[in-house]
Design a protein. Structure first.
Lengths: 403, 312
């Protein structure tokens, strides 16, 4: 079981000096808060050894190299990758997916299969390739309640070169059956990439158990720094990818008319890296690893169940995704027909410092298709308390009384 | 509609506050989209509505509910009020520039740019005349049917005519006098000076001036300038008059005899009577091409009255 009080003590933003009030932070699907350990690790880099990794042989450079290596090892272990070389540091999930899209060598007519509720970061890169080189983007419709339709998928995967789907949706919190998807896709001869931005922070993701080919996630949603992310690829596949960003630190040697690329992961990490961020990300992984994800999921479910139950009592509120909160991770995304939900977010913040996200959550395509203007999303994490959920419901009801 | 209101309100508040400046920028983005016929999908209008409603909701749910229900109408009301007040402010600024008072020519109500009403202060005329009294009632001050032929005048061929009615003892006349002199020099306008004894015993100076004009017309304006610019107490002391006259090389006896003559007294009295017909209620009163400016206005006011297009 999680000791939420102890966890909260690690987050300075949740423990402001009096008379400031701690925010009721319910927007972790967008950005998680950062524990002190992460911030201190980054500060330590900038204050005490702000040097280059992998280049300079002096003591400070050596220390950075070791710290970055350690961070890579921590991530490897965290997702159970086979080798550290399979871990490529990026800026975020979007960059990871773009790396794949631009390195895989897709040709005109190649089919990429995605679901109908992908984040823009797993939609736009493929649409752009469609426009640029003529790949075919195939959309797999999900069920009415947002759950994955394996039958549809099985039919549509035929002939696909790549399946790129979200693992846990930021729209409704539904976790797709990745293992089954991957199995079916592999049987059909397709590679599989998972957008794990929302799953990695909340559940144990084992890339070897899933047998996933590529996987991308962000540091900022898993207690880590902004501008950090990871792109995982099976080593044998990474060796075949041709990096789209090249230059410093990606080559073993160059002459005036030739160059010799380094192997993965270096060949994908062009230029000087965000060492402070990478070290902070390693610290975030270390911090998260102390918890059993089973308890994080249980905790989020408890809060989600309470909020869902209360929202379901209000007839005009519609929850996006399945009714059962167990299927929605830590996300409750809701809307009211004909109502701009931005004002709910503003009012909750103004009234009680409750911070939720309103808008289309970078899934514009789904909202356009469903003809829904926007929604308000509550997203929970390990530092949220039942009081947060109660405060949210109390104030939401007050707002609904006047609107 | 709320975006336009917000743009103006936050635009003004943004002059003093960075946080409101950011809101003004957001409002501008919204307004810009609307005026370029695009939907304002920035969420700004809802954000502002949310902020207003939440502030009200913590005080009164009923009030918040009412505002929410009639938000669009209230926005229109605010917009109309704002347009009205903007026009009103514009009018005030125009009036202040052109007339020296936000409220219009010779209007002495409160004006933010001239809070103490300096531009309208006059020495009131009548038995209980005293300095510093501002206009008490608007009257029809006019030069119509007034015979100004007996008063000193220069640049008589000019198309513009400036008539200065002032009192040597009145501080406000003394303040306005240099500006009128400057105006006449710059614009070469026809200039008529009329002394009106509004305060204290200044009749003797009026009579002396009358005689100087009669006997030494080429020296009158220099003499008049002196009476308005020299130390007031010295000038107003009757015993100093001879000394003043001799300073200018005048025949003191000749001027004294003239000033004490029945003919002069009658003529000066007739001039005062003629000036009363203008309905003037205080000095200085300056007529520029027939329009009366009561009180010491800023120089630009006089210049604007003569300029064809206010500024030039």
């Amino acid at each position: 079981m999680l000791n939420v009080e102890k966890i909260r003590a690690d987050f300075d933003v949740l423990n402001p000096e009096s008379p400031a009030k701690a925010p009721v932070y319910l927007d972790s699907a967008c950005m998680s808060l950062k524990p002190r350990q992460v911030v201190e690790a980054m500060n330590d880099y900038y204050a005490n050894y702000p040097a280059c990794a992998g280049r300079s042989s002096h003591k400070l450079g050596d220390k950075v190299t070791k710290k970055v290596k350690k961070a890579r090892e921590l991530v490897t272990e965290f997702i159970n990758a086979k080798s550290d070389d399979e871990i490529i540091f990026t800026r975020n999930t979007t960059e990871g997916i773009n790396l794949l899209a631009n390195s895989l060598g897709l040709q005109k007519g190649d089919i990429v299969l995605i679901s109908d509720k992908e984040h823009n970061s797993n939609l736009v890169p493929w649409l752009r390739l469609r426009d640029k080189i003529g790949i075919v983007v195939r959309i797999c419709p999900t069920n009415e309640d947002g759950t994955f339709n394996l039958d549809n998928f099985s039919q549509l995967v035929s002939g696909a070169k790549l399946v790129s789907v979200v693992h846990t949706s930021n729209l409704d919190g539904v976790t797709n059956p990745a293992k089954e998807i991957i199995k079916i896709a592999h049987q059909a001869g397709a590679l599989v990439a998972l957008d794990a931005a929302q799953s990695i922070p909340h559940k144990k993701v084992d890339v070897r158990d899933l047998d996933v080919d590529f996987l991308a996630f962000s540091g900022h949603k898993m207690l880590g720094p902004t501008g950090t992310g990871v792109f995982y690829g099976k080593l044998e596949l990474l060796e075949k990818l041709s990096p789209f960003l090249v230059g410093g630190d990606t080559v073993e040697s160059t002459s005036y008319d030739s160059y010799k690329m380094l192997p993965a992961p270096e060949k994908f990490e062009a230029g000087l890296q965000d060492y402070a961020g990478i070290i902070g990300l390693g610290e975030a992984v270390k911090y998260l690893s102390q918890f059993d994800f089973k308890y994080i999921a249980e905790h989020e479910f408890k809060l989600n169940a309470y909020i869902t139950n209360e929202l379901q009592k209000i007839p005009k509120i519609k929850i996006i995704g399945p009714e059962d909160p167990k299927l929605r991770s830590g996300i409750v995304n809701f809307y009211i027909d004909g109502t701009d939900m931005h004002k709910f977010a503003v009012m909750l913040d103004e009234m009680a410092g409750i911070e939720i996200r309103s808008g289309r959550h970078c899934v514009h395509s789904w909202f356009e298709n469903k003809k829904i203007y926007n929604s308000a999303r509550v997203s929970l994490y390990l530092y949220n308390m039942m009081e947060d959920a109660e405060t949210f419901i109390t104030n939401l009801k007050k707002i609904l009384e006047i609107l | 509609m709320p975006c336009i209101v917000a743009l103006i309100v936050f635009g003004i508040m943004g002059i003093f506050s960075a946080s409101h400046r950011a809101l003004a920028e957001e409002a501008f983005g919204c307004v810009f989209k609307r005026i370029t016929f695009r939907p304002c999908n920035t969420g700004f209008a809802e954000k502002i509505k949310g902020k207003i409603l939440s502030k009200l909701l913590v005080r009164s749910a009923f009030l918040a509910k009412m505002v929410n229900r009639h938000y669009e109408i209230l926005s229109w009301i605010f917009f109309i009020l704002m347009v009205g007040s903007t026009i009103w402010v514009g009018r005030g600024v125009y009036n202040f520039y052109v007339y020296g008072s936000c409220n219009g020519l010779n209007e002495s109500g409160f004006c933010a740019f001239d809070p103490s009403g300096e531009n309208n202060k006059v020495t009131s005329v009548g038995d209980d005349s005293s300095c510093g009294i501002t206009q008490q009632s608007e009257q029809n001050v006019t030069l119509e049917n007034i015979n100004l032929s007996g008063f000193p005048a220069i640049n008589t061929g000019s198309k513009d005519t400036v008539v200065f009615v002032g009192c040597y003892a009145c501080d406000y006349s003394r303040r306005a006098y240099p500006d009128i002199k400057k105006l006449v020099e710059n614009k070469k306008s026809n200039y008529i000076f009329a002394h009106y004894p509004a305060k204290g015993d200044t009749m003797f100076l009026g009579e002396a001036g009358y005689c100087v004009q009669k006997e030494y017309p080429e020296k009158f304006w220099e003499f008049n300038d002196y009476l308005f610019t020299a130390d007031k107490d010295y000038v107003l002391n009757k015993s100093n008059l001879d000394e003043i006259l001799s300073k200018f090389g005048f025949d003191v006896k000749k001027i004294s005899d003239c000033a004490n003559s029945a003919e002069t007294k009658t003529a000066v009295q007739d001039q005062t009577t003629e000036l009363k017909k203008t309905n003037l209620y205080g000095t200085p009163t300056i007529f520029i091409n027939g329009k009366a400016f009561v009180g010491p206005k800023p120089y630009r006011v006089y210049r604007s009255a003569i300029n064809k297009f206010i500024f030039f």
